[in-house]
Ligand binder design. Structure first.
Ligand SMILES: C[C@@H]1O[C@H](O)[C@H](O)[C@H](O)[C@H]1O
Length: 254
């Protein structure tokens, strides 16, 4: 069953990792897809090629989500291409692991601007377009298990993920009257570009695998299903919620 037939789905950070999996998953479920990306044109083009190979339309829009104008430009280009915005998947994020005591101010600022300000601008721009359209919509934000627990080398990162989770809670209240649902997914440790170097440390990787009840770290594709579900009418009464997608890592105390 295609859960997003004829919908227009926007994904930030959509050329790699979780964002790419969400974009492809949305196309597999019948949606047209617009991705925002900041780095590789090649990866963005190959993502759109996969969307088109699934018989859907796709566009890639380059832009740094830390800049407010990137959000309004992305939404405008999606409306120009597809006539509407039904779903925003706010996924773009960075995690430059670094020790706390000598954490550079630039690293703190950049991480907050991409992960939290960027999410705020994208959610607001999409919501304004959805309100203008007048028939509701859905916002799914990619927060993290790190919204709930800490990380020694993530003191600049975990507050942004807690912030994204909180943003969805408040946006759910602000936008419910417009029929717009707002929810978060909280990925655990998912193997992507963002933690490739960190998990190159065999001991750390083994520790993370062993504390995961399902016995493996996650793949980006593990997030596609939960994101498509929250974006679909199957979740018509779900808003302000947070869905852990972590193989059981969070609950595993003992
Ligand atoms: C970078 C990535 O971020 C996630 O939110 C979680 O903290 C993972 O363990 C980490 O590998």
């Amino acid at each position: 069953m295609k859960l997003l037939e004829g919908k227009t789905v926007l994904v930030t950070g959509g050329s790699t990792g979780i964002g790419r999996a969400a974009a492809i998953g949305a196309a597999q479920h019948g949606a047209d897809v617009a991705i925002n990306y900041v780095a590789s044109d090649e990866k963005a083009e190959s993502c759109i090629a996969e969307v088109e190979a699934l018989g859907r339309r796709g566009i890639a829009v380059k832009g740094d989500v830390a800049l407010p104008e990137t959000a309004t430009d992305f939404v405008a280009k999606a409306v120009e291409a597809f006539g509407k915005v039904d779903v925003m998947v706010s996924n773009a994020g960075i995690c430059p692991f670094h020790a706390f005591l000598d954490m550079p101010v630039e690293t703190v600022d950049r991480t907050f601007r991409v992960n939290l300000h960027g999410a705020y601008y994208m959610v607001q721009a999409a919501a304004n377009q959805m309100v203008k359209q007048g028939h509701g919509g859905v916002i799914v934000a990619v927060s993290s298990i790190s919204a709930l627990v800490g990380g020694e080398f993530q003191t600049h990162y975990t507050p942004t993920k807690a912030g994204v989770h909180s943003l969805m809670q408040s946006a759910a209240i602000a936008l419910g009257k417009h029929g717009i649902r707002c929810n978060s997914v909280l990925p655990g440790t998912i193997l992507t570009e963002i933690n490739k170097d960190d998990l190159a440390d065999e001991a750390k990787r083994r520790y993370m695998e062993e504390r995961t009840p399902l016995g493996r770290l996650g793949m980006p594709e593990d997030l596609a299903g939960p994101i498509v579900f929250l974006a679909s009418d199957m979740a018509a009464y779900v808003t302000g919620a947070a869905l852990l997608v972590d193989g059981g890592m969070f609950v595993n105390l003992q």
